[in-house]
Design a protein around this ligand. Structure first.
Ligand code: UN1
Length: 479
């Protein structure tokens, strides 16, 4: 079995302990054994990033461009191979896996350009003969802790801006998906980066994550994952004065009004709720439907959901791959029980599937006759599970959509400009979609939510510079 090591200070470093990376479509398939770092190794990685950050902060925009562009080109040219690896370790379908690798490449391309575009401002002071310069500098060391559901795109959209703006990186990927992370860092290891600028520390959250979050040498922590872990990170990192950026859960609504194009609405619903096995923080989990279109929508959505083909992520006929692991599958199934007990009506799916290959398969589940107070409409399931809520009109739909502690993404299907416009203004989500699925975002514009979904400044696009730089204001009197 091949062993994959951590990358610390420009060297591949073995560990005392390795963790098996299991294919969720076929648990007899072990992808490799991946190092699990101890606290001392994590400390070394942080120290090497800290030393390297000084000179990397002085690197030219051209050097940064060249490195990011090199990574982008290699991701594009290896998209089939890396997309297959991603599908094998995460359970996304092949088109989703390849699409994600392409997206990671586009992120690196975008930030290669951003390295050249970092600018400041010059203003006249209110005092005579004095100029004011506002510039942006690197933060220093960025700690990043990433989830299992986007094993290459999320690391890309944290690492690329960190490097573009002159920071060093200590990167801890989710334990369930080390292969995509390792492959990305392996490319970076050949990109011409000075040693220590990027460090890969695979391992457990309570050891590696804890060391990153609590180290005084880590100036900023960017995290995507669960609410509980995010809140723990916020209290530890923010209290020692570090910058913190958190992307956490969602309970994203898709409103369907009477005047919606029914086929567009059903397609948005299926795409948003069930693709990527519903394992996206942007997934739609609440369909809020007005009375006039309710019956037709439920009937068409039920038929479309039943028709979804669940199977091995790497089988070209599969539409929905497996759930990531046994624990997540059990949690999804528990939510099915909870919803049924609370009175929701299960119209299809919701059971574990035993296919030829032993994996974590589940038939996508749809509930109707649900009400806003039910746990299925309040808590994030993070699986192929969605529910329908019936409302009388647009006003009730808007109120129900906003009736959540989360605020990541929200969608509306309508042909009415008036309602679409009102929803854009009054939705309490960070991202609003009109006649589009709540999930599946562009790589060059800001990503993030409101309320309990997010904390700190936005990720992606040129807005990312807010988190990855610090502002300096200089006053110059030319005497
Ligand atoms: C998307 O919907 O295209 O963890 C991206 C997540 C998000 C990314 C979603 N941070 O699901």
């Amino acid at each position: 079995m091949t062993k994959f090591d951590n990358y610390i200070n420009g060297e591949w470093i073995s560990a005392d302990h390795y963790v098996k990376n299991i294919n969720p479509s076929d648990i007899s398939d072990i992808i490799g054994e991946y190092a699990s770092a101890n606290a001392a190794q994590t400390e070394r990685a942080i120290n090497s990033a800290y030393s390297a950050s000084q000179s990397w902060g002085d690197s030219t925009p051209q050097e940064r461009f060249n490195i990011l562009d090199f990574v982008a080109n290699e991701l594009f040219s290896r998209a089939d191979e890396l997309g297959d690896l991603l599908a094998r370790e995460e359970g996304k379908t092949l088109p989703e896996g390849k699409g994600e690798v392409m997206r990671a490449g586009q992120v690196f391309k975008f930030f290669a350009g951003e390295a050249l575009r970092l600018n400041g401002e010059i203003l006249a002071s209110v005092r005579p003969e004095v100029d004011v310069e506002v510039t942006r500098e690197a933060v220093g060391v960025i700690g990043m802790i990433t989830p299992w559901n986007f094993p290459i795109a999320i690391p890309a959209w944290k690492i690329a801006p960190a490097l573009a703006y002159g920071n060093a990186v200590v990167f801890k990927p989710a334990e369930l998906v080390p292969a995509s992370a390792w492959s990305l860092i392996e490319i970076l290891s050949r990109s011409g980066l000075p040693k220590g600028v990027v460090n890969l520390i695979m391992g457990a959250g309570r050891i590696v994550g804890e060391a990153i979050v609590t180290s005084d040498k880590v100036g900023a922590v960017s995290f995507t994952g669960s609410v509980a872990t995010g809140e723990n990170i916020r209290s530890k990192a923010a209290s020692r004065g570090a910058k913190v950026q958190l992307e956490m859960g969602g309970k994203n609504p898709l409103v369907i009004l009477d005047d919606a194009d029914i086929d567009v609405a059903v397609n948005c619903a299926v795409q948003g709720a069930f693709y990527s096995t519903g394992q996206r923080c942007t997934a739609s989990s609440r369909f809020i439907v007005t009375a006039g279109i309710y019956d037709e929508f439920v009937q068409k959505l039920t038929a479309a959901t039943k028709a979804l083909k669940v199977g091995d992520a790497r089988d070209s006929s599969t539409q929905i791959g497996p759930v990531i692991d046994e624990k997540q599958l059990q949690s999804d199934l528990d939510y099915i029980d909870i919803a049924v007990k609370e009175g929701a009506k299960l119209v299809c799916g919701g059971q574990r599937l035993d296919l030829d290959k032993k994996g974590f398969y589940m038939q996508p589940a749809l509930f109707i006759d649900t009400s806003p107070h039910m746990r299925i409409n309040k808590e994030e399931v993070f699986g192929p599970v969605a529910s329908v809520l019936k409302v009388s009109d647009y006003d009730e739909a808007l109120k129900t959509a906003n009736d959540t502690e989360f605020g990541l993404s929200a969608g509306i299907c309508t042909s009415s400009l008036k309602y679409a416009r009102d929803f854009k203004k009054k939705s309490q989500a960070g991202m609003v979609m009109v006649n589009l699925p709540t999930a599946g975002v562009d790589y060059h514009v800001p990503f993030g939510g409101r309320k309990g979904s997010s904390y700190g400044s936005r990720e992606q696009g040129s807005y990312a510079r807010e988190f990855y730089t610090i502002v300096k204001t200089c006053y110059i009197w030319a005497i």
